[in-house]
Design a protein around this ligand. Structure first.
Ligand code: FPP
Length: 246
């Protein structure tokens, strides 16, 4: 039976998040520049988005550029930014055809003006689509996001709009860039690295983690199906006992 046939529709995660890793190594193994790997990673982005939407997943979040990625060589940062602009531009039709809305999380103000504009235009143009939201994490890190949320809450306390006793987990969640997005149930990382790399640290408190050796440019629909089948075999206890959740 194929991986896809083993997926149980009634146990589908609503939200899958992916750390797309291994583009550089994929290119290096072929004697090419790192950007060749990023360019080939776009096909995997398309495959992941299409397969998630076809299955009925509601949110797919992709870690496309971290706050820390700004420290990469300038040539790689520039090439990645142009790739993001051109990909969003080229794929907008695919988003419309598949009823997918585009969203973005992260310190978007820090993006170059051209990519910021392309992104905001695409977000506005696709906002009415209902089948799935494709969320790009851009200039994102959890340390940035949580610090930003704390600063906003502190400002409200200082302005007398909140008192310290109002602060709880729910209030903090409402000040994160993911405020309108449910927490992911499944987090996938490619390339055989066992790290979270500052990605959705608050939101993955109870997510199931799945690591695969596949490098991101080699990631195909079957790989997403396999990860979902693995997720569906797990017992999610949320701190309770096995008997309590059965
Ligand atoms: C990590 O691989 C990948 C990235 C930092 C960028 C991912 C970007 C894309 C796939 C391009 C297009 C994306 C969208 C959403 C339009 P790495 O460079 O860290 O690889 P390495 O660990 O092998 O060096």
């Amino acid at each position: 039976m194929s991986w896809k046939d083993q997926i149980k529709q009634d146990k589908l995660p609503r939200h899958i998040a992916i750390i797309m890793d291994g583009n550089g190594r994929w290119a290096k193994r072929r004697g090419k520049l790192r950007i060749f790997g990023h360019r080939n990673g776009v096909k995997s982005v398309r495959e992941a988005a299409e397969s998630a939407a076809e299955l009925g997943v509601e949110f797919l979040t992709l870690y496309a550029f971290s706050t820390e990625n700004w420290s990469r060589p300038r040539s790689e940062v520039n090439a990645l930014m142009s790739l993001l602009v051109s990909t969003i531009h080229k794929e907008i039709k695919t988003l419309h055809d598949n009823d997918i809305s585009l969203k973005a999380i992260g310190d978007l103000q820090s993006l170059p003006p051209a990519i910021y504009k392309e992104l905001q235009d695409a977000i506005k143009e696709t906002a009415h689509h209902k089948r799935m939201s494709l969320v790009l994490a851009l200039s994102y890190s959890s340390h940035w996001e949580i610090t930003d949320a704390v600063r906003k809450i502190a400002q409200k306390v200082s302005d007398g709009k909140l008192v310290p006793e109002d602060i709880n987990a729910d209030l903090l969640s409402k000040h994160l860039t993911t405020r309108d997005i449910p927490d992911p149930e499944l987090l996938i990382r490619t390339s055989g690295e066992f790290r979270i790399s500052n990605f959705l640290l608050w939101q993955i408190a109870y997510a199931e983690l799945y690591f695969t050796n596949k490098l991101w440019p080699d990631f195909r629909k079957e790989d997403l199906y396999e990860a979902i089948v693995d997720y569906q075999k797990r017992e999610r206890r949320f701190g309770k006992t096995s008997d309590q959740v059965k």
